[in-house]
Design a protein around this ligand. Structure first.
Ligand code: SAH
Length: 461
C-alpha cells in the first residue's frame, strides 16, 4: 500500500529535530515521514524548505532556527557552510563526542545485534583544532585565477580557502605560498573537466614530534617551469622543509598520485615519533593523520591486548608497521601483514631504525596469508586487525577463529563493518567485550574504535 507523502517540494514546514544521521544531518518527522536537514541539531525547532522528496524520506534546507539547541555553537571556520570537509562544527565538541558514542552504540545493536556490548564515552582531544598532519589539497582555476581548497559536499567544485582550521598551520601557509608562486611563475591550475592546466594537487605532510615538513607538488606532466626558483623560494619560506617532491599524474582520474615521483630537493621521507618509536614516512605511505590521538588509539589497543611478553601476535593490515612495533616491545614476537609492498619495505626499515628484532613483515592480502599461515600450523595468542573502511574479508575472520587466539583487538574506522565482523566472530566463539571510540577526526562525522574480544570459555557438560 503506498503511503501519501505529507510534504511537497518547495513547501515551508515547521519541524522539530529528533536525531542526527551518521553523516551529520538533522532528522525531523512530519506524520512519520523523515526529512533530513543539514546543519540542524536534535532538540531544535526550525523552519525548513523541502528541497527533494522520495518515497520513504525527503530532504530540506534549514531557513530559520526557531528554538536553538544548547549544544549549538558558532562554527569558527568562515567557509564551513560551503566546504564539504567538516560536517559538525556547529555542534559543541562535547556534543560531537556524545554523538559519536551514540552512533557506535546504535550501529552495534542495529547491525551486530550486540545490545549488551559496552561502548565507552568517546576519548576526545583537549584542543580539537589543527590536528591533521597531512593535507591533500586540490588545485584548479576559477575565473582565470588559481584556486586551492577542498570540494563542496557531493561536488567537484573547489571552495577556495585561505586557511583550514583542522590542518597544521604549515599546510595553510604552504597552500597560500604555492598559489602565490603559481601566479608569479605562470603555472596554471588543472581543470579536471577539460584536462587542461598543470598543477593538480599540493600534498603537505608534517611530523609533529620533529617538526619536519614535506611538500609534494603533483602536476599533469613533467614540465614544472622555474623549478630552481621554486626550490629556492620554498626553502627560504619554510626553514623546517626537509623534503620537496614532484609527482607526475598524467591520467584523467581522481586518484591523487601518479606513478612518477622525483625528489626536487632534500630527503625522500620525513621522520615522526610515537611514544619514542621513530617512523619514516614517504609521500604515499599510510600514516594515521591525527598524531596526538594516534597515541591514544594505540595505547588503548595495547591495553586491550594485555600482553605479558610471552605472546605471539599477528598484526593484520599493518601498514608501515606502526601498531606492530608499538606492540613488539611487550610481546614475544609480532608478525605483520600488509598488501602494499612499499609499506612493508617501510615497516622493515622502521623495525631496524628502532632496533626492534622481534617483528617481521610480509606482503600479501591478509585474507590469503592468514589461511596459509594457519595451514603451516602457525598460531597466535593475540590477533590485531586494522582494516580499511570495508572491514575484514570473511576468509580472514574464519582463519582468525581457526587460530583460536585468546584475544582479538579490532581497530576500525567504520562502525558498520565493525559491527558486522563482531557479529561473525561472536558466532565463531568470541565475545566482544568493550568498544572504545576515539575521536581521530574532530568536526567530521568519522569515528575510530578499538574493540577487544575474548575467546568464550567452553563449558564441558
Ligand atoms: N595499522 C596501520 C594501517 C592501517 S590502514 C596503522 O595504524 O597505521 C589499513 C591498511 O590495510 C593499509 O595500509 C592498507 O594498505 C592495508 N590493506 C588494505 N587491504 C588489505 C588486505 N586485503 N590485506 C592486507 N592489508 C590490506
Amino acid at each position: 500500500m503506498s503511503r501519501q507523502i505529507p510534504v511537497q517540494k518547495n513547501d515551508y514546514v515547521r519541524v522539530t529535530f529528533e536525531d542526527l544521521t551518521h553523516d551529520g544531518a538533522g532528522v525531523a518527522k512530519v506524520d512519520g515521514y523523515p526529512l533530513f536537514v543539514k546543519r540542524a541539531l536534535p532538540g531544535e525547532t526550525g523552519l525548513i524548505k523541502v528541497i527533494h522528496t522520495k518515497k520513504n524520506f525527503g530532504f530540506g534546507r534549514l531557513t530559520e532556527i526557531i528554538k536553538e539547541s544548547k549544544e549549538r555553537t558558532e562554527p569558527p571556520c568562515s567557509i564551513f557552510n560551503q566546504c564539504g570537509g567538516c560536517q559538525l562544527q556547529h555542534l559543541s565538541y562535547n556534543g560531537q563526542l556524545a554523538y559519536k558514542q551514540k552512533q557506535v552504540q546504535e550501529t552495534m545493536v542495529r547491525i551486530g545485534g550486540l545490545g549488551n556490548l559496552t561502548v565507552h564515552p568517546t576519548l576526545g582531544m583537549e584542543e580539537p583544532w589543527r590536528y591533521r598532519n597531512k593535507s591533500q589539497v586540490p588545485v584548479s582555476e576559477q575565473n582565470g585565477k588559481i584556486a586551492a581548497g577542498f570540494y563542496a559536499e557531493r561536488s567537484h567544485t573547489i571552495v577556495d580557502m585561505e586557511e583550514c582550521l583542522i590542518q597544521h598551520e604549515d599546510a595553510d601557509r604552504a597552500v597560500r605560498f604555492v598559489k602565490q608562486l603559481a601566479a608569479e611563475y605562470g603555472i596554471r591550475g588543472y581543470d579536471d573537466k577539460t584536462h587542461k592546466g598543470q598543477l593538480r594537487h599540493v600534498v603537505i605532510r608534517h611530523a609533529q614530534t620533529t617538526d619536519q615538513l614535506m611538500i609534494v607538488l603533483i602536476t599533469k606532466d613533467k614540465t614544472l617551469p622555474n623549478k630552481k626558483h621554486i626550490i629556492r623560494r620554498m626553502k627560504e619560506e619554510f626553514p623546517n622543509l626537509v623534503s620537496l617532491v614532484h609527482n607526475v599524474n598524467p591520467k584523467r582520474t581522481n586518484v591523487i598520485f601518479g606513478d612518477q615521483t622525483e625528489i626536487m630537493w632534500g630527503e625522500g621521507v620525513i621522520y615522526d615519533e610515537i611514544d619514542n618509536i621513530r617512523f619514516a614516512i614517504s609521500p604515499r605511505s599510510f600514516y594515521q593523520i591525527n598524531p596526538l590521538q594516534t597515541r591514544v588509539l594505540y595505547e588503548k589497543a595495547l591495553e586491550f591486548a594485555r600482553l605479558t611478553g610471552k605472546e605471539n601476535v599477528i598484526d593484520a593490515y599493518c601498514g608501515i608497521g606502526t601498531i606492530s612495533l608499538f606492540l613488539a616491545r611487550r610481546a614475544k614476537h609480532v608478525y605483520g601483514v600488509e598488501v602494499v609492498p612499499e609499506a612493508v619495505t617501510d615497516a622493515k626499515e622502521n623495525a631496524k631504525l628502532n632496533h626492534i628484532e622481534n617483528a617481521e613483515f610480509y606482503v600479501g592480502e591478509a585474507e590469503n596469508i592468514m589461511p596459509w599461515w594457519r595451514a603451516q600450523g602457525m598460531n597466535a595468542d593475540v590477533i590485531v586487525v586494522d582494516p580499511p573502511r570495508k572491514g575484514c574479508d570473511e576468509k580472514l575472520l574464519q582463519s582468525i577463529a581457526e587460530m583460536t587466539p585468546e584475544r582479538i583487538v579490532y581497530v576500525s574506522c567504520n562502525p558498520a563493518t565493525l559491527a558486522r565482523d563482531l557479529k561473525y566472530l561472536e558466532e565463531k566463539g568470541y565475545e566482544a567485550k568493550e568498544v572504545q571510540p576515539v575521536d581521530m577526526f574532530p568536526h567530521t562525522t568519522h569515528v575510530e574504535c578499538v574493540t577487544w574480544l575474548e575467546k568464550k570459555e567452553v563449558v564441558e557438560l
